[in-house]
Design a protein around this ligand. Structure first.
Ligand code: GLN
Length: 468
């Protein structure tokens, strides 16, 4: 099985052709179609690209990602291909341009093998809320893979593509990475252009990667990151990466995370064990107080639903995709299209978002949540004056069974450890940390200061030897 960019390069150097690599993945996708990770496979397009790139290799003009086969979450635009955010309302819609991040990978000769399943409009924590049906966890088919980028996580974990793109608004990369034993990277807000990413909550959304090792995450990040005139929130700060630590680090832990009542005792035990090992090895580990634990999930849901209610107003049955056929007049077209086109969870969020933005409740909810966000940002900034990197659990538990979590609030609480980095914009990564007694994986989360992906990567690389 080809699981990494290194595997691909090795295979190419031994004479395997790009066409054979693509065929291998196509076969794997077919063999494991019951996982429901892909919503569309670009068989013809990927094979045609494979022939073209093989020629470039022969001519010595191939890019850095020649032979690398990626999958894209179904909320990223790839010109001439459908993009639906796993929603009926967009099902027939075709992208008119390619997302900047994806374009940069294509310029380096990556091949896109298909669109990956996700929760509708990236709203969810289990990938059960997709118009294409749920994705199954490849470690045990009776469990969810996490969400919203569940298809991306499973495709990478099961070896159906070399790496995959996802989006992370509140944990949608790191949480499924934790539950599938993959590396899930959410760069700083503003590092990777959001142009061509279907918006959920624009001040939170960030594109990132799933991979089977750290080097691949870094490689894809280096290519995608950087300023883009099509996204005014992208930074001009230089993109730096490193695998080597060039100085002793101070690590930080947030006691409210480790002692959280919802944390699985085994995950807590593993984390405490790691910290003891690190301290014994002479690493400075500081315990910091984080008094805002109870506010992060509510603030996240107030602000993201508000932004979603505005972003999703564009799906009106006129401009994009699906339109109800039995409607008369403008109002009825809007109402019937949106009633039939959006799923239950998306409707719940649009209604919540509209409520928190309403004249009577704006200050009570929206303004207050903005204030909480500001406090969190200040507190988090102060943490990084004391420590270089925070070590946190990615998820309170391992994956749950399909259909097990029915209450929306219970579902929202799955994000308790991941929304922090989205509220503040900091870069964060989930790396595989272990397996529980049912052989279900869970991750370790690292977070560094804004735009300091360099320290994030070097710390992750160094810690990797302790967690293996
Ligand atoms: N689970 C979170 C939510 O439902 C995060 C989603 C995401 O990061 N896109 O909003």
């Amino acid at each position: 099985m080809l699981l990494s960019i290194r595997d691909i390069r090795l295979a190419l150097s031994k004479g395997t052709t790009v066409v054979e690599i693509v065929q291998g993945y196509l076969q794997a996708i077919e063999n494991q179609s019951s996982l429901n990770a892909f919503v569309e496979v670009f068989e013809e397009g990927a094979l045609a690209e494979a022939h073209r790139i093989q020629n470039k290799i022969s001519q010595g003009t191939a890019g850095r990602l020649a032979g690398v086969v990626i999958g894209i979450k179904d909320n990223l635009c790839f010109q001439g291909h459908k993009v639906s955010a796993a929603s009926k309302i967009l099902e027939p819609f075709e992208a008119l341009f390619t997302a900047t991040a994806l374009n940069r990978l294509l310029e380096e000769d990556a091949i896109v093998i298909g669109r990956l399943n996700c929760d509708e409009f990236a709203m969810g924590s289990s990938n059960e809320k997709s118009c294409y049906g749920p994705v199954l966890n490849n470690h045990d088919h009776t469990y969810v893979p996490g969400g919203s980028s569940g298809g991306s996580a499973v495709a990478v974990s099961a070896g159906l593509c070399t790496a995959a793109l996802g989006s992370d608004t509140g944990g949608s990369i790191r949480q499924p990475a934790s539950w599938t034993g993959t590396f899930g990277l959410k760069p700083s807000y503003g590092r990777i252009s959001r142009s061509g990413l279907l918006a959920y909550a624009s001040s939170f959304d960030q594109i990132g990667t799933f991979s089977n090792n750290l080097e691949d995450a870094i490689c894809l990040y280096e290519i995608m990151a950087g300023c883009d005139p099509l996204d005014a929130t992208t930074t001009t700060m230089p993109v730096e990466t490193s695998l080597e630590l060039n100085r002793p680090l101070t690590l930080g832990i947030l006691s409210e995370y480790i002692h959280h009542e919802g944390i699985d005792p085994y995950i807590k035990h593993k984390l405490e064990g790691l910290l003891t090992t690190l301290v014994e090895a002479g690493v400075t580990v500081k315990t910091l107080d984080f008094p805002y634990m109870d506010y992060i999930v509510p603030a996240y849901y107030v602000l993201t639903t508000a932004e979603a209610s505005s972003n999703l107003a564009r799906y009106d049955g006129v401009h994009y995709g699906f339109r109800s056929t039995d409607a008369e007049g403008v109002d009825e077209t809007y109402i019937k299209t949106r009633t039939a086109g959006f799923g239950e969870e998306v409707k719940r969020r649009i209604i919540t978002g509209t409520f928190v933005l309403s004249n009577e409740y704006y200050d009570t909810y929206y303004t207050k949540a903005q204030k909480v966000r500001r406090l969190l940002q200040e507190k988090t900034k102060a943490f990084f004056e004391e420590v270089d990197c925070l070590i946190l659990p990615t998820t309170p538990t391992t994956a749950f069974k399909l259909g097990e979590v029915k209450d929306p609030i219970q579902m929202y609480l799955q994000d308790i450890f991941t929304v922090h980095a989205n509220l503040t914009g900091n870069p964060a990564i989930s790396i595989p940390f272990g397996m529980n007694e049912h052989n279900l994986p869970f991750g370790l989360q690292l977070m560094t200061k804004q735009f300091d992906e360099k320290t994030l990567f070097s710390t992750a690389n160094w810690l990797n030897s302790y967690v293996q």
